[in-house]
Ligand binder design. Sequence first.
Ligand code: PEP
Length: 245
Amino acid sequence: MPQLIAGNWKMNCLSAEAIALAEAIAAGASGITAELLVCPTALHVAAVAKALAGTAVAVGGQDCHQATHGAHTGDIAAPMLRDAGAGWVILGHSERRQNHGETDELVREKTVAAVEAGLRPIVCVGETADQRSGGQETEVVGWQLAGSLPKPFDGVIAYEPVWAIGTGKTATEQDVAVMHAFIREELVRQFGDAGQTVRILYGGSVKASNAVSLMAVPDVGGALVGGASLNAEEFLTIARAARAG
Ligand code: PEP
């Protein structure tokens, strides 16, 4: 399976900037064997999907509500994202877990809703700096995996150590290898053989300068890229570092 290089644009770009960024990525994507995905803010999913129609670059949301519709002021339902042209959705990002109090249970409900709407979920897990310095990183990630994933699970995991997100600090290749091997074991424990084929992305200050070494780590199925995905050339350089399969 090719590696997946996903850009999380977070709360960035006005509409013209989002469209220009998407077009620049699509224009540079020829010859790239990785699967490419960009996740603009929900407001821009439809415009970005329109700009990327017929290209190799897919579009995703950054969150969705667990209900299909109803009295949820300000929220976005998974079928709405799908209707706007999204094929994917990021769920349980640490910024949602921290800033919006999202629990594993809620992330699991959102994941079910996403799959039912025809979206492919990217479920994020990862420990804080304190949890890692306390030696609890695998325990924490194990609990997150056990609580956040529905059975069966048809999606992708992103391992994103919270201390590496937007900080310029990257997990070492050894840390990534150890954690991805642990996540793989947990997936197989939870889902049997189906757990062998779930892609596990690494996220946390991935940039052009470290992508080659991070994408070569065993069992890294791609990258979830924040800051560096806002620059088309840098994002494409990361994608060029990815393995074809
Ligand atoms: C992210 O927010 O998913 C992320 C990995 O951000 P950054 O690449 O900026 O660390």
